[in-house]
Design a protein around this ligand. Structure first.
Ligand SMILES: Cc1ncc(COP(=O)(O)O)c(C=O)c1O
Length: 396
């Protein structure tokens, strides 16, 4: 199908909820995408951090096909061997004493996390605690509760009334001012993915984590974007040296198959009937996620991931030096970006990059975001940056 045919159908039959770029992709290989016209692109976006093992990864495809032939779905009314194995793997990689609930997306994982924190707030204290404090530039999802938890007001227009009990703090210092005797949890992204690839200060996060522990208030860490080796460690929490009470994951965990998870250090809060999902952690998604984790664990232990992170950082520094349209490099590992001088430049870079055959993403008001597949090769990194160096806007 040609691009204009896709566009005609899309405009007629799909709700126009997205600002789409003028491209439709047909297939991918490694970190390279091909559009319906056959043009190729180096993918530094990986479907917003989802395609963690790239396109057509033979190990992922093999288990996907094998499992699809055996059993795709049963429901959580029955034991699911792949789900149990996946939970065991997540806990091993997290190096934390936790258990897991499986969902299908980031927002759903966060919903589960919020519900668990609320139940904790009810059963742990004599007077029910239900408030959750979140940060101003955060993004936690599009359901009503996760939207309200999202601190960016722009997302709230039209959709009130929201579930009660979300309190927005300006920054980590302000969290202390917002805590009261109804607070059950504080929910943060260690590196704000949609809010400009903004890494929270490590010392402040560690201080807050210690304070919350002392006061038995839960620390909820949204690792939907930062988790599963994106920052160079399995969890950004590892990078920060903290042990949250609850952690949510999604995106890169399934390599493109929809799955989300919440890990909880409070293993007995949820009991049968408290929460559920028809699809969450079904035999197919669990099997694929388990393989994705194994592939990425090998990349990590062989130090290949670290080598790529270093090369990527070097290449980003090169772009930063090449042009004064960028102010600084932001982020950690392969969750990184270049802060542009303004929104206009950010948009120009993204659209010129696409024309030059490189997919990059926006984040916040002025950041050009890079979330390449974690299995990207050094040649693909170099080729992507060679293409970026040719952008006309760099010389303006
Ligand atoms: C940190 C964070 N949390 C939650 C979400 C929502 O995830 P989903 O779109 O899978 O519901 C996102 C999506 O971008 C995210 O970056």
């Amino acid at each position: 199908m040609k691009l204009d045919e896709v566009q005609t159908l899309d405009h007629e039959f799909v709700m126009p909820t997205y600002h789409r770029m003028q491209v439709a992709f047909e297939r991918g290989e490694g970190a390279r995408l091909f559009d319906v016209e056959g043009r190729d692109y180096i993918d530094f976006g990986s479907g917003i951090g989802v395609n963690s093992v790239g396109y057509g990864n033979p190990r992922m495809i093999n288990v996907l096909c094998e499992q699809a032939q055996k059993l795709i779905h049963t429901s959580n009314l029955f034991y699911i061997p792949n789900q149990a194995l996946l939970a065991q793997k997540l806990i091993k990689l997290s190096r934390m004493d936790m258990n897991v609930f499986f969902a299908n997306s980031g927002a759903e994982a966060n919903e589960a996390m919020i519900k668990l924190a609320r139940k904790y707030g009810e059963i742990r204290f004599p007077k029910k605690r239900y408030k959750i404090i979140t940060l101003q530039s955060s993004f936690h999802g599009r359901t009503l509760a996760t939207l309200k938890a999202t601190g960016q007001e722009a997302y709230h227009k039209y959709f009130a009334p929201f579930p009660d009990g979300f309190v927005i703090a300006q920054n980590l210092q302000d969290v202390y001012q917002k805590i009261d005797d109804e607070t059950c949890g504080v929910m943060i992204e260690l590196i704000q993915g949609e809010g400009g690839i903004c890494a929270l200060p490590q010392d402040e996060v560690r201080e807050l984590a210690a304070f919350l522990r002392q006061h038995q208030i839960l620390l909820l860490v949204d690792e939907v974007q930062s988790g599963v080796y994106r920052t160079g460690e399995f969890l950004a929490s590892h990078l920060y040296g903290i042990q949250p009470d609850l952690i949510s994951l999604a995106k890169g965990m399934g390599g493109g198959i929809t799955i989300g998870a919440v890990m909880s250090a409070h293993k007995n809060v949820f009991v049968a009937g408290d929460h559920g999902s028809t699809f969450g952690g079904n035999p197919l998604s669990s099997r694929v996620a388990l393989e994705v984790l194994e592939i990425l664990e090998e990349e990590y232990h062989s130090k290949k991931l670290q080598a790529k992170i270093e090369l990527f950082e070097e290449r980003l520094e090169g772009l930063l030096k090449r042009s004064d349209i960028f102010l600084k490099k932001v982020g950690r590992g392969l969750m990184c970006g270049l802060e542009a001088r303004d929104t206009q430049i950010q948009q120009t870079v993204i659209s010129q990059a696409l024309c030059a055959g490189v997919v990059v993403l926006r984040s916040g008001r002025n950041v050009v975001r890079f979330l390449p597949p974690l299995t990207i090769s050094e040649c693909e990194i170099d080729e992507g940056f060679e293409r970026l160096h040719l952008l006309a806007c760099l010389d303006e």
